[in-house]
Every structure is written in C-alpha cells, then in structure tokens.
Design a protein around this ligand. Structure first.
Ligand SMILES: NC(=O)c1ccc[n+]([C@@H]2O[C@H](COP(=O)([O-])OP(=O)(O)OC[C@H]3O[C@@H](n4cnc5c(N)ncnc54)[C@H](OP(=O)(O)O)[C@@H]3O)[C@@H](O)[C@H]2O)c1
Length: 125
C-alpha cells in the first residue's frame, strides 16, 4: 500500500491551500475527490465547482458497489444535489460507487475513471 502514499513517484505535487492554489485556474481541469458527499469533502466539491472546475468525480459507499444500476446512482445524485444546493452544477459532478474499505471497490472505481478520462489533474483524498 506504500505506493499510494508516495504520490511523488507519479510526478504528482502536493498542493496546500495557499495563494499558489487560489490563483490556479480550474477550467479544463478534472478532479477526483474521495468523501465528496458530506462534511469537509462536499465543501471542497462546492468550492471547486464555484471556481469553475470542469469536472469532479467522487464516490459514495452508500451506493451498491456490485451494481451498475444507473437509476440508483441518478436518484442518489439527485437527492445529494437538492439538499446541498449544488443542482446548478449537476453536469460537472459525477458520482460512482466507492467503498474505500474494499480493494475490489477501489479498483473498480479507478477502472471506471480510467475508461472515462485520459488524465486526472487533481486528487483530493
Ligand atoms: N471536519 C473537520 O473539521 C475535519 C478536520 C480535520 C480532518 N478531518 C478528516 O477529514 C475526513 C472527513 O471528515 P468529515 O467531518 O467531513 O466526515 P463526514 O462528514 O463523516 O464525511 C465522510 C465522507 O467520507 C465518505 N465515506 C465514509 N465511509 C466511506 C467508505 N467506506 N468509502 C468511501 N467513502 C466513505 C462519506 O461518503 P458516503 O457516506 O457517501 O460514502 C463522506 O462523504 C475525516 O477523515 C476526518 O477525520 C475532518
């Protein structure tokens, strides 16, 4: 598991919330956020969407990881957007099943993202 902590191996750079980060333009950027459905995670989602990020992909353990039921995901997303006030940004937010306690689920989440996108600009985890 050590490799996941050594993000520098992938040429990734750790960003702190400072002037450098605040000045970054997020149009055309794609971000993956784990835990983006509640608490500090959804506030990060809100901030990045308001900063015009092109797309955010997040996951939820409340979705059945073994099902590919698009209706379940759409219903969950609809409820989340309604109660969080993020409905205006619905086109830029993708929610997938993710249980961080299951390596199978993490791999499936990563595989789905790899099929959707050729690159990820930011990982918030
Ligand atoms: N709040 C703070 O002030 C603060 C300060 C410093 C550090 N932290 C740390 O930041 C993290 C989030 O804190 P929070 O207060 O925002 O917590 P929270 O409100 O409980 O949110 C937890 C998030 O994690 C997701 N999650 C829970 N279990 C999961 C699983 N098995 N697989 C995938 N996602 C899962 C939840 O989504 P689903 O339920 O949809 O899966 C939710 O989006 C914690 O690790 C906390 O220790 C928080």
């Amino acid at each position: 598991m050590e490799i996941f902590r050594n993000y520098e191996l992938f040429g990734w750079k750790k960003l702190n919330y400072n002037d450098e980060f605040r000045s970054i333009r997020l149009e055309n950027k794609i971000c993956v956020i784990t835990g983006g459905t509640r608490g500090i995670g959804i506030e990060t989602v809100r901030y990045l969407l308001k900063k015009n990020i092109s797309k955010i992909i997040t996951g939820s353990s409340q979705l059945n990881i073994d099902s590919n039921d698009d209706d379940e995901i759409e219903n969950f997303k609809h409820k989340l957007l309604s109660k969080s006030g993020l409905k205006p940004y619905e086109d830029r937010l993708i929610i997938l099943p993710l249980d961080l306690g299951s390596m199978d689920s993490v791999e499936k989440f990563a595989d789905t993202i790899c099929k959707m996108e050729s690159k990820i600009d930011y990982l918030v985890s």
